[in-house]
Structure formats: C-alpha cells, structure tokens
Design a protein around this ligand. Sequence first.
Ligand code: NAG
Ligand code: NAG
Ligand code: NAG
Ligand code: NAG
Ligand code: NAG
Ligand code: NAG
Length: 595
Amino acid sequence: MVTRKVACVIMTLLVVLRSGRSIEGHLEGQRRHPNVIVMIADDLGIGDIGCYGNHTINTPNIDKLADEGVKLTQHLAPAAMCTPSRAGLLTARYPFRYGLAGEYGTLRVALHIASQLGLPFSEFTLAEALTAYNYTTAAVGKWHLGSNCGYFGNSCNSPKLHGFQHFYGTLGSLLEECRGDHPFFVFPFDKPLYQGLFAAWIIGVALLIAVNVKLQWKLSLVIGCGIFYTILFVLSWFAVTHYRFHTKQWWQMSYWMHKYMNGIIMHNEEIVQQPIVLDGFTQNILNYSTKFIEDHATDDNPFFLYHSFGHVHTPMFIGPGMSGRSKHGRYGDNIEEMDMAVGVIMDTVRNLGIDHNTIFYFVSDHGGHLEVLDENGQRIGGYNGLFKGGKGQGAAEGGIRVPGIYRWKGRFPAGVSVDSPTSLMDMMPTVLDLVGIPPVHELMPNMSQNEVDGISIAKLLFRQSNAEPRVFLHHCAKSIHALRWAKENYVYKMFLKRHKYHENSTQCGWGIYAFCNCFDVWDISDEPLLFDLSRDVYEDHPISPNTSEYQEVVGYLRSYLSDWEDSVHYPPSQFNSVWNSMHSFWLQPVCVNCS
Ligand SMILES: *[C@@H]1O[C@H](CO)[C@@H](O)[C@H](O)[C@H]1NC(C)=O
Ligand SMILES: *[C@@H]1O[C@H](CO)[C@@H](O)[C@H](O)[C@H]1NC(C)=O
Ligand SMILES: *[C@@H]1O[C@H](CO)[C@@H](O)[C@H](O)[C@H]1NC(C)=O
Ligand SMILES: *[C@@H]1O[C@H](CO)[C@@H](O)[C@H](O)[C@H]1NC(C)=O
Ligand SMILES: *[C@@H]1O[C@H](CO)[C@@H](O)[C@H](O)[C@H]1NC(C)=O
Ligand SMILES: *[C@@H]1O[C@H](CO)[C@@H](O)[C@H](O)[C@H]1NC(C)=O
C-alpha cells in the first residue's frame, strides 16, 4: 500500500522529466497550470435548478455557470449514496473496487467520524495527482469518506492523507441529529430493558448486603464491591442508551452521541466547533473557501479547491437572512442559499482576475431523496425532474442522473450541452487532461488503464468530437442492477434487478432514513428489461424481447457483464464488519481547548 504511493511519487517525477517539454508546450502563453474549483452539492436533484428546467426556483448563479460553460445532461453518479459516489468522483474508480459498497443488511455510507472504514490510503485521488504537480489543495465542507483508522492519530482516510493539504469542515455527514437538543441522561422506566437493568442493580446491591450480613466482610470491601458494581451498572446504562449494539442496527448511536461525536467542524486536525452550529455553516465554509482563493490567487503555484456543500441534505438549515425566500419552503431556501454561495465563489474568482485561468466544475453527488420527510411530515427531499426514482436506489435514473456543469471561461464554448452519458468518475481524467498532467494510469505505475473507470471528456467539453461508445455499470450497494450502453444515438439500459417500490410509487416508504433495499428485489436477469433512454427517458416502454434490437443489445451487455465479472475482483465490503462500521470511541477526535 505504502510502496504503491511511494512508487507513484517517483513515477510522477519521472513522468515530469520525460514529458517536461510537452507540458511546457501546453502551458505556452500561460503563467501556470489553471486553478481548479470543484463545487459539490449533497442530494441535489436534477430537477431542482433553473438551468435544468426548474422555473420556480431561483438559481441565477448556477444558471450563469451553465450559460458560460458546458452543461452535461446525462451526467451519472457511480452510486446513489454519498460515500461511494464521492469516492468514485475523487479516484475515477468504481467504489466497489476497494470495498466501499454495502452488502446485504449493512450500512451503505460512513456513519461515524471515528470508524475504521473509508477511502483506502492505497487509492490515488485527483488531489494527490495535483499535489504532485505543485498545486495547493484544499477540501472544504463535507468529506464523508472516513477519517481515522488503526489507532488514534493514524488518520488514514482523512483528506490530508488523500492529497488535500488543507481541510476545513466536517469529516462525516450532516445529519438530522445535529439539530436540536438531545438529552444525555435518560432512564425510561417504561422500557423493559431499563426495568431489567434497574432490577439487576437492586438485586445486586441486596445480595451484597445479604452476603455482608452473613459473612461479616470488611466495610471497605463492601463499599469497593458496591462501587464496582455501580460502575458496571452505569456502563451498561450508557451502552444501551447511547449505542445500539442490542438492536439490528448495531452501528447506530443515540441522537446525543451523533450530535456531539459526529457534528464537529475541524480545521486540519483541530476541532474548531463541537457541536456544529448549523445555521451559518454555509457562510462559515464559504468564508474559508473565499479566503483560500484570495490567499493563493497570485501564488506561483495553482490551486485546487474542493468545496463540498452541506446543502441540500437534511437537516435543512439556513443562514441569517436566507430563510423564506423561495417558493419551495425550507428545501427551496436551501437551494437558493447554496446558489448564493456558488455566486460568491464565482465573484471572488472574477474579482481577482483569474477567471480565464480557473476551471469550474459543479456537480451533485447523486439525485434527490424521495422518501425524506421533515418533522411535520412534509416532503423535504429533492426533485429529480423527468426521471424515475431517487437517492439510495440502484439503477433508477433519478438517483444517478445529476446536474454537472464545467466552465472554463474563454476555453470551453459557452452555453452548450453535452447529451451523451458521462460520469462523475470522469472528473479526475478530465481535469488531468485539461491542465496538462499525464493520465492516471501513467501516474500510477501499478495500475493498468482498464482499472481506471473514468475517461477524459475534454474533447466533448471543447466540442471537438462526439462521444465514443461506452458501457456504464449501475450498482446498488454491491449488487449490479443495470448496465447502460451508449452507442451512436442510442442509450440502452438493461435492468437485471428492480426495486420493490411501494404501490403506485417509485419509492420505498417514507422517512428520513427510508431507502429501497438493494438485495430484496425482483430479479429479472433471466429476461432483463431493456429501455432506450434516447426515446424513453422515464423508462416506461421496454423494448420487446422478440426484436433483433433486444437480442443484439442484451447479448452484447450480457457478454460485457460476464467479462467484467471474470476480470474484476470486488474485495469484501468494508461495511461488512462490526469492527469497521461501529463508532470506535478510541478514534474519536476530542476537543482539547474548545470554548
Ligand atoms: C422545482 O423544484 C422544486 C423543489 O424541489 C419542486 O418542488 C418543483 O416541482 C420543481 N419545479 C419544476 C417546474 O421543475
Ligand atoms: C514543483 O516545484 C519544485 C520547486 O519549485 C520544482 O522543482 C518542480 O519542478 C515543480 N514540479 C512541477 C511538476 O512543476
Ligand atoms: C464570514 O465573513 C463575513 C465577512 O468577512 C463575516 O461578516 C461573517 O461573520 C463570516 N461568517 C462566518 C459564519 O464566519
Ligand atoms: C500492484 O502490484 C501488486 C504486486 O505486484 C499486485 O498484487 C497488485 O494487484 C497490483 N495492482 C494494483 C492495482 O495494486
Ligand atoms: C394504485 O392505483 C390504482 C389505479 O389508479 C388504484 O386503484 C389503487 O387504489 C392505488 N393504490 C394505492 C395504494 O394508492
Ligand atoms: C413475441 O413472440 C411471441 C411468440 O414467440 C408472440 O406470441 C408475441 O405476440 C410476440 N410479441 C411481439 C410484441 O411481437
């Protein structure tokens, strides 16, 4: 693992020496490599913003980004959940290749800041590649790819160990639990578990007294035993109150624990806020990002900023003065606040005069969450436009087709759309290509080109050529639910598994943590459903199995799948072990001098 990274650095230097001339050639007339700014939204649906057809939400800044850049209309997430999708984005590789995908009955995202799972150290990220080329790099906002593992201080999944020199934000995900007050001391006497606990303590103390009466122990021994016994009682109370080991969801914790253990803002290794103050979080991380841009705008070295919004995931929090502005309640306000932040970042870059030397990329990690409700039972999840399904589902278009906009003022054509399918995993190859750095498999000597799943879409962005035929896999946790084949003017999607949606809906229940199950599904792999998305975006009119079109496409995709399964080995899921998924309190970052 470590040797692989060392080899990478050596290789990078060799590549630089070898290709020095061509890089210089590429940079002719430019002071330095262009800056790169990635802005990623959380759970934002493709139907939620103006430039993708929403007429009732105001997103003037994101729309402007699209007006001045290239809008991707079939931009696909490698997974419909945060952690695996973001991992794919940063590594250009399917998250299943390094165990970052759930299995039957497991978690599907990193839940605790202090847990062992996350983006493995051995993976090579865009930030590492850019760091090797002297970029100044920062990750700001939500990370959600793990932080600590091994032992305390060995933060092997943290942004710092993945090439980000600066980090400001939250290592986990913002959760509903971060909002409101949650009690620490609770002892619900109406619950049998607590009645049992209390009874055990009473019986223990009574026994102790009885034994003492009979055997005439020393008083100190009796008191010692009593204290020891009471400590056991308190620890048991703590475990059943604040952990969930006794339930099926053993990885969970109480609201109080989530709020104080996971709701933390960190600046590099230091805690700056615990628990997190939600209202104003957007302005807080925005301040950090704009300062980062200002500080590095005139450096000799370019910068890479990965700005990851808390919006528009629950809890829906709003900064001062931003509430009640949209036509769509708290959710709409969230989108408009995020749009405001996009505008501030764009203005900062423009005012510093580095607009022409800065590549922007705006994206959402996956589609809107259909099931999610607020505390009043009102829907607060995103809108996935014309597409079926949403977050957490396997292949349903609404969960994986997301907004994606690239802008490079003066270089990319302005106001155009690319309709052929592209992936979030294309970011790393594309950015390396655009800034003139060799491709991933050349930077990583031990990685062949077909171990990199993303490709450079630079030519599409420059409108220099049409897309080549391409196959995409759509997983739900670790299970392959569908394959997509884009060729010429067709986009075929072959479903092997279908979710058991609730009646007359394209979702699975209601509730903040309600998601479709990836494994308890209709298995239709004997006679897959086949759609042509270029004619049928809502996936409602399957192509008849009698046709030669069906035979040809399904035949091709089946053989593609069998080659894939023969050649790509998925390691065991990291989520599979209790050890990995649970809150590892010995890894918990603690605040030494917080106010
Ligand atoms: C705009 O987005 C909101 C919020 O998700 C949604 O409720 C509404 O249906 C969308 N409107 C249109 C016209 O797409
Ligand atoms: C990075 O900076 C160092 C020191 O300024 C320089 O020697 C090296 O050539 C630079 N590397 C690249 C890839 O530009
Ligand atoms: C962000 O910066 C502005 C202007 O410098 C300041 O007024 C504001 O208080 C800051 N907000 C936060 C949340 O730090
Ligand atoms: C790298 O090299 C090692 C040992 O030669 C090998 O086991 C491994 O599969 C190679 N590939 C990757 C992607 O690490
Ligand atoms: C589903 O739709 C059908 C036809 O419109 C209707 O008869 C049925 O009652 C609906 N079921 C539910 C649970 O809404
Ligand atoms: C498909 O073929 C079956 C028999 O092989 C036939 O009964 C059916 O009508 C055909 N369907 C279509 C849509 O052509």
